[in-house]
Design a protein around this ligand. Structure first.
Ligand code: HXC
Length: 257
């Protein structure tokens, strides 16, 4: 399948999607959303793929929603079309996605990175929610996901001042899981995805679902959800294999069932 705005490759069991609108610093428009949903839904449906990496260019992961596309829209149009609601579908992709962020991840770009399961940043990464400088505010989850990632004070700082934070600050405040030299970013992200791909796919998918649940529910309901999934894993052949392999001091051979 060919795409207009992204490049799609596979590396063994890992899918690699690269945002590819270099002239617009990978600004996100309707076509980018359509392409990303098609690519990641295809990975979800492909038993040969276990995890994936989403990245941009060395200069920009994505510099936000496409300002030129949004500029002339009016309220009724935005409301009736439920503009940007389609991005919620991206957050429903079921296999893990690592965001590998180099350069700018601004506005919708930062929000897209936060919709992935975790973010590995190159040391040149810059994150921000600069919508306030355009006379608007975040609209793809920035006011909600960023606040859950970094807490109220820093989220308010970012959303109200529109300033950028560098990779070191992003790691300090929990927005990104690791910072690596920009030259090592893709190797590090692909290695992490390959590591995930070695494990039992149903166990990985349930673990992702359980962590995501923490954002949607109370602690007691989240703990109940976790325990139900944990108990259900004892129906997996991979649980028997993983634990037998440990006891027998040999590598596990997971069958994804
Ligand atoms: C459309 C964009 C763009 C964007 C950059 N470009 N960001 N086009 N939408 N978000 C285009 C520029 O217009 C320019 O095109 C080309 O990409 C290169 O950008 P420059 O500005 O020349 O590059 P540079 O000077 O290096 O500055 C980089 C930058 C700056 C700091 C990232 O481009 C910038 O501030 N971009 C906007 C960031 C932003 O405000 N993002 C939030 C968007 S709103 P030409 O044709 O002139 O060469 C948003 C809302 C999300 O994301 C919620 C939706 C509901």
């Amino acid at each position: 399948m060919s795409y207009e705005t992204i490049l799609v490759e596979t590396r063994g069991k890992v899918g690699l999607v690269t945002l590819n609108r270099p002239k617009a610093l990978n600004a996100l428009n309707a076509q980018v959303l359509a392409d990303l949903l098609a690519a990641f839904r295809a990975f979800d449906a492909d038993p040969a793929i276990a995890a994936s990496v989403l990245t941009g260019s060395e200069k920009a992961f994505a510099a936000g929603a496409d300002i030129k596309e949004m500029q002339s829209r009016d309220y009724v149009d935005m409301y009736v079309a439920d503009a940007f609601a389609g991005w919620d579908d991206f957050a429903r992709i079921r296999k893990p996605i690592i965001a590998a962020v180099a350069g700018y991840a601004l506005g919708g770009g930062c929000e897209l990175a936060m919709m992935c399961d975790f973010i590995i940043a190159g040391d040149n990464a810059k994150f921000g929610q600069p919508e306030i400088t355009l006379g608007v505010m975040p609209g793809m989850g920035g006011s909600q996901r960023l606040t859950r990632f970094v807490g109220k004070s820093k989220a308010m700082d970012m959303v109200l001042t529109g300033r950028m934070m560098d990779a070191a600050e992003a790691e300090r405040c929990g927005l990104v899981s690791r910072v690596v030299p920009a030259d090592d970013l893709m190797a590090e992200a692909l290695t992490a995805a390959s590591r995930i791909a070695e494990f039992s796919l149903p166990a990985v998918m349930m673990a992702k679902e359980a962590v995501d649940r923490a954002y949607e529910t109370t602690l007691s309901e989240g703990l109940r959800f976790e325990r139900r999934l944990f108990h259900s894993m004892f129906a997996l052949e991979d649980q028997k294999e993983g634990m037998a392999a440990f006891v027998e001091k040999r590598p596990a051979r997971f069958l994804d069932r």
